[in-house]
Design a protein. Structure first.
Lengths: 187, 247
């Protein structure tokens, strides 16, 4: 079998907003979906400055833990209006927002369970590759306590992956560097 | 065995990990903007599970008619060298990735982006906005008609110039395959001084970002052509142990 090596990643640069933001980008679920939540936050650089030229993308299961995808053998998402993908450029204050539903827990191939989570990619000028993180939820303490990915993270840094309840949803900031540097993953 | 086979084991594909020298380190001091933006702590290895091996499958639904031709969307024709940019989107096993969204953006022939923060003294072109979208066909092929972008200066280092390039964004079929890259043109004299292109340590990997001049793909009396195949991460086959266990 001939294995091809990947085309390398390059930065999105300063002009990603020409094409990557979509009018419906922030809506991982349709507006008006029952149980919809806003996930909001700010992206910060190593000086603590807000990053106004980043793009935040999210990918997740629906509230029953289902994906509409051929590699998920369990059957598709059941929530009407569910896309599962969100995309939002940061504004001049580094803020992004995604409308979604809290995902369900997921089975693992090893027979365990993953706590509800959202995979996140952040792109920006100055990032030669995307950075990947995960959003977990503060009000899922029991599920979080047994999640093997969270357990693999230094206990002192785990809180950087936990979104806190806020207003009409949850708050999740991304820090590229600094005391509160977000845990980033090699996927 | 008392387990229900449908629930006993979830079989998922595994996307291969490739040599690190084929990707740019996030901490690349020669590219100054990485200084305050690259993570300083080691990345944590994320097991590839359901969220990672699935992903959004965007196709025709995200593309409007005419979005793959950047030369016909305005009142007049843009200035510059008209080119066809085409190629295939493949996975690491050489299999085509069909019906997948390709998003593209670029500078105009003068090297200027139609963007509020790009104000270097080169002209905008009222007939060119530098954005495109297309979907691959059943063989993974995509095709854009555009204008060859110009090089442009930036303030990274003294008299720094970006080689001419086109930005590409792709989803593939899994979160693990998400890729944003830049397509370059053959024999660009600016490669040697560009810290973004040279951030990839492996020279052979850098070559994978350079398109090929394609005489056969040109259209007589109309447009030159460049071919650019894009390879997304390959997956190891789903393991067969399950079937063996059943026997």
């Amino acid at each position: 079998m001939s294995e091809l090596l990947s085309t390398p990643s390059q930065t999105v640069g300063p002009y990603l907003s020409l094409v990557l933001p979509w009018e419906d980008g922030p809506f991982a679920v349709a507006e008006g979906t029952a149980g919809a939540i806003w996930i909001t936050g700010t992206v910060y650089d190593g000086s603590g400055a807000e990053v106004p030229d980043a793009l935040v993308e999210t990918w997740q299961a629906d509230d029953n833990g289902r994906f509409t995808h051929p590699d998920d053998p369990r059957g598709g998402a059941t929530t009407p209006g569910f896309r599962g993908f969100g995309r939002c450029p940061t504004d001049e204050h580094g803020r992004y927002r995604i409308l979604t539903v809290k995902p369900g827990a997921l089975p693992t191939p090893e027979g365990g369970t993953e706590a509800p989570h959202i995979d996140v990619s952040v792109f920006a000028r100055g990032l030669l590759n995307r950075v990947v993180t995960r959003i977990y939820f503060a009000d899922e303490a029991d599920a979080n306590a047994t999640d093997s990915v969270l357990a693999s993270v230094d206990a002192n840094r785990r809180n950087t992956l936990i979104a806190q309840s806020a207003g009409d949803g949850y708050h999740f900031d991304v820090h590229f560097q600094g005391e509160r540097e977000t845990v980033f993953f090699d996927v | 065995m008392t387990l229900d086979h449908n629930e006993s084991r979830l079989l998922l594909p595994t996307y291969r990990r490739e040599p690190a020298t084929g990707q740019p380190p996030l901490d690349t001091p020669g590219y100054r903007s990485t200084r305050l933006r690259h993570p300083t702590k080691p990345l944590v290895v994320l097991p590839q599970r359901l969220t990672e091996v699935t992903g959004p499958l965007f196709g025709e639904d995200r593309v409007r008619p005419g979005e793959s031709d950047l030369t016909t969307r305005h009142a007049g024709e843009p200035l510059g060298q008209r080119i066809i940019v085409h190629g295939r989107v493949l996975d690491g096993d050489g299999k085509p990735v069909p019906n997948t969204l390709v998003e593209l953006w670029q500078a105009n022939a003068s090297g200027r982006y139609r963007h509020v923060v790009d104000n270097w003294p080169a002209p905008l072109d009222p007939n060119f906005d530098g954005t495109g979208r297309a979907v691959t066909d059943a063989e993974g092929r995509y095709n854009f008609t555009t204008i060859k972008p110009g090089a442009y200066p930036w303030r990274n280092h003294d008299n720094a110039w970006r080689p001419a390039h086109i930005h590409f964004s792709l989803f593939g079929r899994a979160f693990t395959q998400r890729l944003v890259t830049q397509m370059y043109f053959p024999d660009d004299p600016l490669f040697f001084q560009d810290p973004i292109f040279n951030a990839i340590p492996d020279a052979a990997a850098r070559e994978r970002m350079i398109s090929r001049f394609d005489m056969a793909g040109t259209r007589a009396e109309w447009a030159l052509a460049f071919e650019f195949d894009i390879v997304l991460r390959g997956s190891a086959a789903t393991p067969f142990e399950e079937e063996d266990d059943d026997e």
